[in-house]
Design a protein around this ligand. Structure first.
Ligand code: ACO
Length: 430
């Protein structure tokens, strides 16, 4: 027997279905609430609103659990490659050897970006933010595949777009990096693995054809991309679903997701964290002073990389990244005073009642920037790397929404403006 929830409105009782997920999560299905009672629910910022059911990612913010298609993030980060995790998110299961080979091969066939796209790219102002360039490039990419704009695409056509996006994203990200440094582009080398190819296009040079990417960097990048691969209904994934729900094409939906991720309260936080840590270092390393600033309600400063809408105990990704951060710096033989400041900041915040009471812990962005920096990436590029990692998650969310034929997303509101007033012609206005 299905469970029900009773809601009493002005003395009258109404019944609504109680939905239970496979991990025991419960929700009241209020889709008929307005029809039955005339009421809507109000939840600004969707803090307690389930916008969809989903079989991609499970997250328990209280227990610090994150699983993709049933696999723990800890296991995936330790044992899988980013491309394996991408396949898992996109297809629902881990690939066998043949499936993986076919997937990798299909991607390697589509790594080149159209020369016309490059012409547009060159017109971007020097020094413009990498995320603005990325979202524009992904939207423009769709213009080269007009058939992909048709909302009634076949599965095969969508798979082709998925492969194209996965294949061209690293090339576009590397183009942005090279332009930023004023260096000529390095073309994709399709004999290399996905991550190695990306790093080769980024750190390789046209004048050094025998350049080889350090395996430490390949491992670190694989791990970082996996840790960013999906995170259920966050701001950018919800944006991708919302834009896609109007039957807008996959390219423009992903471009919108990139714009959502850019903001400092979401993926843009990793750049902000590094800027903050550098500021603290330049300021003499007085961690307590900055903690006090973050607590001061008259000060707009927040401890970047701290706090999360869903995690209220710890962010499992932050735990893995902190460990990886130490390992990567050790292996690369680098020490970074910024890492010491980060550790001190974390320690001080975690023993401060303000942060304890509000359940504020380091999130995924707190330590990732330190690894990226050690690898040779500048802060304004960090969110681009996040986007590259999040791409398979965004596509999976978009595909799930489309396969389930979900309706156009269209929230309601409670109007708080002027009530009806009589129009006064301009000549009669005071
Ligand atoms: N520093 C100081 N105080 C904070 C912080 C912070 N980083 N985060 C939250 N708080 C405080 C708020 O001021 C608020 O205090 P109050 O109850 O006294 O008013 C309380 O904690 C709750 O915070 P909200 O902003 O209501 O929580 P919300 O769930 O809306 O925000 C968010 C979550 C946006 C992540 C927030 O914690 C934040 O701004 N963190 C810094 C930015 C950041 O690191 N973003 C990356 C998130 S991870 C990701 O998107 C990949």
């Amino acid at each position: 027997m299905s469970e029900i929830v009773k809601i009493i409105v002005e003395g009258k009782e109404f019944e609504f279905p109680l939905i239970t997920g496979t991990e025991g999560e419960k929700a009241i299905d209020i889709s008929k609430l307005r029809e039955l009672t005339g009421l809507i629910t109000l939840d600004i910022g969707y803090k307690n609103t389930g916008a969809t059911t989903s079989a991609i990612t499970f997250l328990d913010g209280e227990k610090g659990i994150l699983q993709h298609r049933g696999y723990a993030i800890e296991d995936l980060a330790e044992h899988a490659s980013f491309l394996e995790v991408s396949y898992l998110l996109l297809n629902g299961n881990l690939p066998n050897a043949t499936e993986f080979q076919n997937f990798e091969h299909a991607i390697s066939e589509h790594t080149l970006a159209n020369e016309g796209l490059e012409a547009m790219f060159r017109a971007f102002p020097t020094g413009s933010h990498a995320m603005g360039q990325l979202s524009s490039m992904i939207a423009a990419l769709g213009l080269y595949y007009p058939k992909a704009l048709n909302p009634h695409r076949t599965e095969e056509a969508i798979n082709r777009t998925t492969i194209r996006l996965m294949a061209k994203m690293p090339t576009i990200c590397a183009m942005i990096f090279k332009k930023r440094n004023g260096h000529p582009m390095v073309y994709p080398r399709n004999s290399l693995g996905y991550v190695e190819n990306y790093l080769n296009m980024t750190f390789g040079q046209v004048t050094k054809p025998d350049f080889e990417v350090d395996p430490i960097l390949i491992n670190a990048m694989n791990k970082l991309l996996i840790l960013h691969a999906d995170h259920e209904q966050n701001c950018s994934a919800s944006t991708v679903r919302m834009v896609g729900s109007s039957q807008s094409n996959l390219y423009s939906s992903i471009s919108a997701g990139i714009s959502g991720l850019w903001g400092p309260l979401h993926g843009g936080a990793n750049q902000e964290v590094l800027d903050m840590l550098e500021q603290i270092e330049v300021d003499g390393g007085n961690v307590q002073k900055w903690i006090d600033k973050a607590k001061d309600k008259n000060d707009t400063f927040r401890l970047m990389g701290f706090g999360h809408r869903v995690y209220k105990n710890f962010d499992p990704r932050a735990k893995i990244i902190k460990k990886a951060c130490n390992e990567v710096l050790n292996k690369l033989g680098k020490s970074d005073p910024i890492l010491d400041i980060a550790k001190k900041l974390e320690e001080t915040a975690l023993s401060d009642p303000y942060f304890i009471e509000r359940k504020l812990f380091p999130n995924v962005d707190f330590y990732s920037g330190i690894i990226y920096r050690a690898m040779g990436f500048p802060p304004d590029f960090f969110t681009v790397l996040f986007s590259m990692g999040r791409l398979p998650g965004w596509i999976s969310q978009w595909q799930e929404m489309r396969r389930e034929k979900q309706p156009i997303a269209r929230p309601r509101q409670i109007y708080t403006g002027q009530t009806y007033r009589v129009f006064v012609p301009m000549k009669d206005r005071p």
